[in-house]
Design a protein around this ligand. Structure first.
Ligand code: AMP
Ligand code: ZN
Length: 111
């Protein structure tokens, strides 16, 4: 999608600290980390958020979650927190679905 910042990262139109890439997904470091390790995993297809997803996206979503776990392990995290913000009221700022995985500095408080 033309004006989507994450599509621009996928197309290498703007730089990012990429840590993983395959045909379907890209993972890169969050530019404004909230923990020692903070990565974002995105599908290469442009979907705004979870609100836009339906049964046809089950496989894409499941694979994205498992990729998050695999990358967290690769980055040495023994435990981590995951987050998907959906919609303005859900705190979403970038409207290309993304999966936050973060941790590493301390034991996170319960929320
Ligand atoms: P969200 O509130 O879930 O939409 O979060 C968007 C996330 O994208 C924030 O944590 C930002 O720090 C991050 N972000 C925005 N622009 C970039 C960028 N160019 N490269 C890496 N991360 C970004
Ligand atoms: Zn996009």
């Amino acid at each position: 999608m033309k004006d989507c910042i994450f599509c621009k990262i996928i197309n290498k139109d703007i730089p990012a600290s990429i840590i993983y890439e395959d045909q379907e997904y890209l993972a890169f470091k969050d530019i404004n980390p909230i923990d020692k390790v903070h990565i974002l995993i995105i599908p290469k297809i442009h979907i705004e958020n979870l609100i836009e997803c339906d049964e046809t996206h089950q496989m894409m979503l499941g694979k994205m979650l498992l990729l998050g776990s695999k990358l967290a392990n690769k980055l040495g995290l023994k435990g981590y927190r995951t987050m998907i913000n959906s919609g303005v009221e859900g705190g979403q700022e970038v409207f290309h679905i993304h999966f936050h995985v973060y941790g590493g500095s301390k034991t996170l408080a319960k929320i």
